[in-house]
Structure formats: structure tokens, C-alpha cells
Design a protein around this ligand. Sequence first.
Ligand code: GRF
Length: 197
Amino acid sequence: MSGVNKNIVILISGGGSNMAAIVEAARARQWRARYGARVVAVISNKAAASGLAWAGMQGLATAVVDHAGFASREAFDAALMSEIDRHDPALVVLAGFMRILTPGFVQHYEGRLVNIHPSLLPAFTGLKTHQRAIDMGCRFAGATVHRVTAELDHGEILEQAVVPVLTGDTADTLAARVLAQEHVIYPRALERLLAAG
Ligand code: GRF
């Protein structure tokens, strides 16, 4: 990552609590002054994503690229890329963005694309991670920030957090415990990348 202005674009599909944690960390830890970095835009594939309204209230640019309006993944990804590239991003941050991206998209942002996944990768790639961890009898669960490669939920691990699985946990109680840690490790991982870049 180089250049004076390191623009960060965040992609969301839902509530955007990780996005909010990143925006707040960027402010509190003065990423602009220290790294020339700022979150410039939040883009969602769903108009109803509640995180979009929050982002708008923070004065961030927001946009919707609705996957339902495209005939193929390639066409959706092309539209998404052109929306993202308007902001000349140094980092593209997937934060609860629930679409599988094409190899072309991943290649276009190689070295700039990161994701958070609610499991201790390489265990439990894919969906329903918390229920699967409970069903397997795992004593520990967690979350992983990783670089994005063409293979789903693979790519270099940048940060992880571990939480206990407690007796009586449901997928929801475990998810809440993991999410609280996601809000800690995602800003930390991004700040480390910015500091290194
Ligand atoms: C997080 O658990 C993230 O790891 C997963 O989706 C959830 C998004 O939550 N991929 P939020 O939208 O950041 O609140």
C-alpha cells in the first residue's frame, strides 16, 4: 500500500457493526493524521442494509449495487468494481458482505482486499459457523481477519480472536460473544496494514 491518501472502502450487506467499529477506530486513533487513511465510502448489495443509514449519518459516501439487478456474478462484480474504483481505494474491506466474489474481482484488488470470518480459520469456512462449532463440541470459537483470495475463506490470516464456547450456548449467544471480538480485531488488523504500508 502506498500513496499519501489511503482511501478505505467498506462493503456491507447488513447491520454493519464491524463497519461502525472500523469507522470509530479510524477517528479515535487518528488514522488520517497518522497514516493518511480514511474511510471514504460504504457500499452495500442491499438497499435495506441498516448500516448504510448509519454511514450516511457519519457523512460517508454510500451506494447500493443490488446483485438482484444483474444477470450474472460477473456483471454484478463489474458494476461493483466500477463503484468501488471511483474512490481509488488502498483497501477494500469486506464487513459482513454476503456475496461470493468472482476470481476477476479478487484479482483486481489483490493485496488490497480483506475480510472477516466468524470462525477460527481454517476451521469452518462458509456459513453457519457458530452452530457448526457447537455441534462439533468445540471448546473454543472465534473470528479471523484474512486476506481474500479466489478460494472462499482462505488467504493469509492477519488477526484472530478466540472466545470460549460455554455450556448452553446457542448459535446466537456464541455469535454475540464472537462479534464483540470482531470489533476489536478488525480495526487492529487494518491499522497494522496501514502502519506497514
Ligand atoms: C459478522 O459476524 C461477520 O464476521 C460475518 O457477518 C457478520 C456481520 O456483522 N461475515 P456486521 O454486519 O458487521 O454487524
